[in-house]
Design a protein around this ligand. Structure first.
Ligand code: GDP
Length: 431
């Protein structure tokens, strides 16, 4: 028999309101033992109702809502009580619920129940945790994408595809006399390669997602006095880099972050690229060159009429500085008048977004899912090798089953108790 759990879902402390939740078969009975709708009002499922709370020695004017299974977060009967946010009221209410048939929920138990009842996949449960712990707009957006279903749908699709191939292989092994094997193999190989491609894209979406979380690295590169430090300050909206008319002032790379349209950028000002005998400046130039490798986007900056550093590869945006004095090619910006600055930020955003392999919100955000994807990929590669090399269906089935197990574990289709404990213990009580 499933127990009914209760917990305070809002932070402990004083607030305008506090919310205490119940989930499990006795939710309705326990709620009704302490909450009565105001006269003339009736409790209807999924509707917030005003009423009176009487929990032992305390009383409050409160709101409550009842959700009937399966139409609730956990998929079970659930109730929420919204009390006035004195911690004393919240604590006393919870104590009352615990005395009247509920037990205190463990960390993440509500979400764990949502997963166990099939309401959400394991990867979505993790996204809920990420959303609660998010500290930047980019993290919120990434977690929301993982939660919004497109990612799970893609993973489920890959999982179903793998099971499909496995079952047709199983059939071929069971009925060899049917002589369908050869045709089946070439078809299956094609299908497996298609699934491999989808897994590769999934893995890349994590690498991108991680980059979005940690920030897109943008290096400003140009000759001394091109206006790099001024541009950095203008993009940041504050003075960070030292600006002088003396060439070679920036002797080391300098980095600062800013957000644009919810995307985090790490802006890197570098020493001007030119020939010099100054030891300190040479070291700065060496670091600027190293930055060319680690940056995701390079802003190639030059005044009108001056040459740009010769760099290829990478995502490069050509920018002409000091447009208030003279216009050049590429995007014209002026750190003095502000011309082109917003356009440059938009272009950086678009350039960073254009490299993304997935549209439609498919993005893998958890490290666990990523490593399982990599594991599935390695198994699928073994299966393909086996088929191409020796056409050994029996062996490739073993590898395909391994791959399916790994993909299944991402959504929780084959996750063990240890995995669940590791994931849900990171949640707070009440979620
Ligand atoms: P860096 O060596 O490439 O970092 O260049 P700085 O940002 O230090 O700028 C070099 C000189 O150009 C300074 O005297 C700046 O005041 C001037 N400067 C930079 N950007 C602009 C601009 O957009 N317009 C004008 N008129 N002067 C600028």
């Amino acid at each position: 028999m499933t127990s009914t759990i209760a917990a305070q879902s809002t932070p402990v402390g004083r607030g305008a309101i506090a919310i205490i939740r119940l989930s499990g078969p006795d939710s309705e009975k326990i709620l009704k033992s302490c909450f009565k709708p105001l006269s003339g009002k009736k409790m209807t499922a999924s509707h917030l109702t005003l009423g009176t709370l009487e929990a032992g020695e305390i009383k409050d004017r409160a709101m409550a809502v009842l959700f009937k299974a399966p139409k609730s977060y956990t998929g079970e009967d659930m109730a929420e009580i919204h009390v006035h946010g004195s911690q004393e009221i919240a604590t006393k209410t919870l104590q009352f619920l615990l005395k009247n048939g509920a037990r205190l929920a463990e960390s993440g138990e509500f979400t764990r129940r949502a997963f166990l009842s099939g309401k959400i996949g394991l990867n979505e449960a993790e996204a809920v945790g990420d959303l609660i712990n998010a500290r930047s707009t980019a993290q919120i957006n990434a977690a929301y994408s993982a939660l919004s279903g497109a990612t799970s749908e893609e993973i489920r699709g890959i999982y179903a595809g793998l099971l499909d191939v496995i079952s047709s292989f199983d059939a071929a092994v069971d009925y060899p006399e049917e002589d369908v094997e050869e045709m089946l193999e070439s078809e299956a190989l094609e299908k497996i390669k298609e699934l491999e491609g989808r897994l590769i894209r999934l893995a890349r979406s994590y690498e991108e997602g991680a980059k979005i979380k940690s920030g897109i690295r943008v290096a400003i590169i140009g000759e001394p006095n091109a206006g790099k430090s001024s541009l950095m300050n203008r993009l940041l909206g504050r003075d960070r880099a030292i600006v002088t008319a003396v060439p070679g002032t920036t002797r080391d790379t300098l980095e600062e972050t800013f957000e644009h349209k919810g995307m985090l950028f790490v802006l890197v000002d570098t020493a001007g690229l030119h020939e010099t005998s100054d030891v300190v400046e040479s070291e700065g130039i060496r670091r600027a060159r190293a930055e060319l490798d680690s940056a995701d986007i390079i802003l190639r900056l030059a005044e009108s009429g001056k040459s740009r550093p010769d760099i290829t590869g990478k995502l490069i945006i050509d920018v002409s500085s000091k447009s208030d004095i003279a216009k050049g090619d590429g995007l014209n910006v002026s750190s003095v008048s502000g011309e082109g600055i917003e356009e440059l930020k938009d272009l950086m955003f678009e350039t960073a977004s254009s490299g993304q392999v997935y549209g439609g919100g498919v993005v893998l955000t958890s490290e666990r899912s990523y490593s399982l994807t990599l594991r599935a990929l390695s198994s699928i590669k073994d299966a393909i090798d086996e088929m191409e090399r020796a056409s050994l269906v029996d062996l490739s089935i073993i590898y395909l089953k391994e791959a399916a197990r790994s993909v299944g574990e991402i959504i929780g289709a084959s996750a063990g108790e240890d995995t669940l404990n590791a994931i849900f213990s990171k949640f707070c009580v009440g979620k």
